[in-house]
Design a protein around this ligand. Structure first.
Ligand SMILES: NC(=O)N[C@H]1NC(=O)NC1=O
Length: 175
């Protein structure tokens, strides 16, 4: 996608296209719209990262709480966002054995009880074995260390979602 196209978007268009780059946090896209013009699409990606980094601990925790559990209730209920459904599918979480699904749910609950926010990992850069292994080891981390770890995963999710948007735009002339 040409950055000029991005720079010409109304706020509504911008939020429609980039509103779920951070899961269920369209406010971040609405805030970034004010930073136009962007000199490159990389600058837009950096904008998302800087915005997230600039948040207070409560703000960062708020972002994490907008993320659905991996292989959780929302996957079963079919209420995930399109992006999250695709990511969880690519990581193989839509076809877990019942033993793996049970283990993941137990670890997700334990993690949430421990830290007060959900475990987040960039599912597309992982698979079910690595996710289970990460859940098992990260639940032993310190609170702040874990908050930062989750936030870095959110940034990886954002980067891949932005790439998807650019790739889709390259295939189509209209956004
Ligand atoms: N909890 C969690 O990590 N959720 C996510 N990860 C990902 O890649 N997509 C999500 O929705």
């Amino acid at each position: 996608m040409d950055v000029q196209v991005v720079n010409c978007m109304t706020c509504e268009e911008f939020v429609r296209v980039f509103g779920n780059v951070v899961e269920r946090c369209p406010l971040i896209a609405a805030a970034l719209w004010s930073r136009r013009p962007f000199s490159s699409t990389l600058e837009l990606e950096n904008g998302f990262n800087e915005f997230i980094d600039s948040l207070s601990i409560e703000g960062k925790e708020g972002i994490l709480r907008c993320h659905p559990d991996l292989a959780g209730r929302e996957l079963l209920a079919g209420t995930l966002t399109v992006e999250s459904r695709g990511e969880q599918g690519q990581a193989g979480l839509t076809s877990l054995s019942s033993a793996d699904a049970l283990r993941m749910n137990q670890l997700n609950s334990q993690y949430k009880e421990q830290f007060g926010f959900p475990f987040v990992i960039c599912a597309r850069m992982s698979d079910k074995d690595r996710i289970l292994q990460q859940l098992e080891s990260r639940v032993r981390n310190q609170q702040l260390q874990e908050l930062q770890c989750d936030i870095e995963e959110v940034k990886s999710i954002c980067r891949l979602r932005l790439q998807d948007i650019y790739n889709r735009a390259a295939k189509s002339t209209k956004l």
